[in-house]
Design a binder for this molecule. Structure first.
Ligand SMILES: [Fe+2]
Ligand SMILES: [Fe+2]
Length: 316
């Protein structure tokens, strides 16, 4: 059985990996500019500057695209909460500190470009968007009691980055606007590189302290909430996004959780002690249950869509 390491010991041990990983990230990351992704010539003043205020007829986005854009943007807006979590739980020194700063600056671009796009194209109500931002950022992101420390954080952001990648990419598809799609693909590519950084760090933690790391991973996976949790209208919006395949349970299982667990070789490893083995068993049980829930959700969704189609036919 491996010896328990403190948070500081883990961070110190993993510093060389963080440095390597940071350099890899810097060599892969593309420098891009939010202004290149926004159709500025579509913009015009609002009433306060002598123009016209927003009204729903100005938007070209369908309901699913609007809800998904808002949810994804508010998630990006909550960067201060995520920054706090990462800055508190990763070291501020050396490669760790450089990563935290660099990652924060990259994430900030996502909120900038999406808001510029939505305001310039009048895709959503800018007043409602601002009100939702105020509420969401004031609340911040809260994690369940008992979470905290490097291992929980690094496991959480691994899944969160991949989940936002999926959500941005699929939102791009439902916008039916090549400019929005290009912008969201650009963001999704960033999220993928972020995910790779965190996944590599969490994988290195698994090799270093297998039992401690698997306990944190299991805690995160079994309590994970979809992007947008805690936002105004999260339930309604989350359901709409799941219903239309922007981010649903099957995508969560097949495109987010399972590939990461496979990358870490969770179910093939033989370096766990008794507590690690127990945690892995809990995870296996959870994954079986998730697979059943996926089937149940899809049956419900099919019934719901069929009912809606029948209602539409009846109203014609
Ligand atoms: Fe982002
Ligand atoms: Fe990201």
């Amino acid at each position: 059985m491996t010896k328990e390491l403190t948070q500081l010991q883990i961070l110190t041990e993993l510093e060389p990996v963080a440095e390597q990983n940071l350099n890899r990230h810097l060599s892969m990351a593309k420098d891009w500019h939010p202004h290149d992704y926004v159709p500025w010539d579509e913009g015009r003043n609002f009433a306060a500057l002598g123009g016209v205020d927003w009204d729903p007829s100005q938007s070209r986005l369908n309901e699913v695209a609007k809800v998904s854009m808002i949810t994804n943007l508010l998630t990006e807006d909550n960067l201060p909460s995520y920054h706090r979590e990462i800055a508190e739980n990763f070291s501020q020194e050396g490669a760790w500190g450089t990563w935290v700063g660099r990652w924060t600056a990259e994430e900030n671009r996502h909120g900038i470009v999406m808001r510029d796009y939505l305001v310039v194209t009048r895709g959503v109500d800018p007043v409602a968007l601002e009100q939702a931002r105020m509420i969401h950022m004031t609340n911040g992101v809260r994690h369940p009691e008992g979470w905290g420390g490097f291992l929980h954080s690094v496991a959480y952001v691994t899944f969160q980055e991949l989940a936002t990648r999926v959500s941005h990419r699929n939102t791009g598809k439902v916008c039916h606007d090549p400019i929005a799609d290009r912008m969201l693909q650009r963001i999704a590519a960033d999220e993928n590189l972020h995910m790779i950084f965190y996944r590599t760090m969490c994988g290195a933690a698994l090799d270093l302290v297998p039992d401690q790391a698997i306990a944190a991973i299991v805690e995160i996976v079994t309590n994970f909430t979809m992007p947008g949790y805690g936002m105004p209208n999260f339930r309604r919006n989350g359901v709409m996004m799941a219903k239309h395949g922007i981010y649903d349970l099957r995508q969560h299982m097949e495109e987010v959780v399972a590939p990461v667990l496979k990358n870490w070789n969770i179910f093939e490893r033989n370096d766990f002690g008794p507590t690690g083995e127990q945690a892995r068993e809990r995870l296996a049980t959870y994954m079986d249950k998730l697979a059943q829930d996926v089937v149940k959700f899809e049956e419900q969704r099919d019934r719901m869509l069929a009912r809606e189609a029948a209602r539409e036919m009846a109203s014609l």
